[in-house]
Design a protein around this ligand. Structure first.
Ligand code: ZN
Length: 161
């Protein structure tokens, strides 16, 4: 069957950036299963998979706008270290949860200069074009239970919540 809304799709994939660095990949023997058409994949990849069938391979280049969004300078802020008291050993690369007027946001510590800590609220892959090599392993219709939950259940029908 061809991939469409409410298909359960099993894929092997390798994700690289513009420089060819591997950012993520499915492990051998552990393909990714997802429910198509429910926002479980980034839009640019889901779009290219629509209409394809098991056994097909595809190379997809996804621009930032259809992946994790453009890089937004306004999500970068510097705060004094004392604003982060309670967090031990602040280091570059740490992921924190910051309280903002819009709620809790995941931020990354990108710079520490003296007493000032720079926090970046962009997704780590924001502003990047993503390149996927995908092999479609299996396509099947979703069960009613999977549709009700909006995600795929394992082969034995039990939950991964
Ligand atoms: Zn469930």
């Amino acid at each position: 069957m061809a991939i469409g809304t409410d298909s359960v799709v099993t894929i092997h994939y390798t994700l690289t950036d513009d420089a060819g660095t591997v950012l993520d990949r499915s492990e051998p023997g552990e393909p990714l299963a997802y429910l198509h058409g429910h926002g479980n994949l980034i839009p640019g990849l889901e779009k290219e998979l629509t209409g394809k069938s098991a056994g097909e391979t595809l190379s997809v280049a996804v621009p930032p706008a259809e992946a994790y969004g453009e890089y937004d300078e306004e999500l970068v802020q510097s705060v004094p270290r004392r604003a982060l008291r309670g967090i031990k050993d602040i280091k570059t690369g740490m992921r924190l949860h910051a309280q903002t007027p819009e709620g809790t946001r995941a931020v990354t510590v990108t710079k520490i200069i003296g007493d000032m800590v720079t926090l970046d609220g962009n997704h780590p892959l924001a502003g990047k074009s993503l390149h996927f090599e995908v092999r479609i392993e299996e396509v099947r219709p979703a069960t009613e239970e999977e549709l009700a939950h909006g995600h795929v259940h394992g082969p034995d029908g039990h939950h991964h919540h």
